[in-house]
Design a protein around this ligand. Structure first.
Ligand code: GDP
Length: 292
């Protein structure tokens, strides 16, 4: 049978098999010899040991589509970044950090703005002006009024989604609304996944409906991840990319150089100033990190 690893803990892997539920599996020694370790998110072939007890062995790992650093999971299809329109007020510098981390890891991103019940049309327009030039889709929703939930369900259907966002914005409330009861009841998945929850900091995937999965992404307090260089930062701003060939100087940092295509685009209103200002702050931050 083929399943997906939801969680790994103390040498056991919890593998979700659609229609059956969660199997507690061990990985056979052959992986150790090959030097590969099963990862949360992996699609695996399992051999059932005991159908009643729902135990098995992982026999094979299917080729990975991708492998993320944060969280350490494989086969992620997209990222959903959740912020609130108010309570807490959105911090755009933090939102840009999340976006950069997702662009850096090559994931398509959608921005979800929850607590839309606390905001007016003007506030929505503000976000559209800043984030639509980059091509980001924005979904406004409210867990409280249950608006926008179908749009979210449609977006994530049949995907494995990395969910990120600060605390208090309504992530748990939204995930609860997205979860289908049928899936959580098969083979008492919720009970098994809860086991040992507080003893591990490892990633864990949650099945929300058949073939749809969610994984929590820890916060990024720093952009200090291997491979993130200040010289490449502009590449993670999709709306900057078309203007970069217009820069006069090779290796332009888009900060102090004259005849910079990106600065011109900001002046002409083609790149939102809010995004460019954050770019400058994050560039400086990366410079400080790499100094030492
Ligand atoms: P998390 O920390 O991101 O998981 O946030 P929670 O789901 O725990 O929600 C934080 C608080 O915001 C709770 O008091 C929720 O009741 C409240 N909340 C969640 N969604 C909404 C919403 O759409 N509108 C309003 N007004 N409050 C919400």
């Amino acid at each position: 049978m083929t399943g997906k690893i939801m969680k790994g803990i103390a040498g056991f892997y919890y593998v979700y098999v659609s229609g059956y539920g969660l199997f507690e599996c061990k990985a056979k020694g052959v992986f150790r010899k090959k030097g590969i370790k099963p990862l949360v998110g992996d699609l695996v072939e399992i051999a059932v040991i005991d159908e009643q007890e729902m135990t098995g062995n992982i026999e094979d790992i299917l080729p990975r589509k991708n492998e993320l650093i944060r969280p350490a999971v494989s086969n992620i299809d997209m990222a959903l970044i959740i912020f609130a329109m108010a309570k807490p007020d959105p911090n755009l510098n933090l939102l840009d950090r999340f976006l950069i981390m997702m662009e850096f890891q090559n994931l398509p991103v959608t921005i979800c703005l929850n607590k839309a019940d606390l905001a007016d049309e003007e506030a929505c327009e503000y976000f559209r002006r800043i984030y639509e030039p980059a091509g980001y889709r924005i979904i406004f929703c409210s867990a409280k009024e249950q608006s926008g939930i179908n749009e979210l369900k449609e977006l994530i259907s049949h995907k494995t989604v990395a969910v990120a966002g600060p605390s208090g914005v309504g992530k748990s409330s939204l995930v609860n609304l997205l979860q289908s009861k049928e899936v959580m009841e098969t083979g008492s998945i919720s009970e098994k996944l809860k086991r040992g929850k507080h003893t591990t900091r490892h990633s864990q995937i949650l099945p929300v409906s058949d073939e749809t999965f969610i994984v929590d992404t820890p916060g990024f307090s720093s952009l200090d991840v291997p491979g993130m260089e200040k010289e490449d930062l502009w590449r993670y701003y999709p709306e900057f990319v078309p203007y970069e060939p217009e820069c006069r100087f090779q290796g332009c940092s888009h900060i102090n150089e004259p005849k910079c295509g990106i600065k011109t685009a900001v002046e002409e209103g083609n790149i939102p100033l809010e995004r460019y200002d954050n770019y400058k702050l994050l560039f400086e931050e990366l410079r400080q990190i790499r100094k030492y």
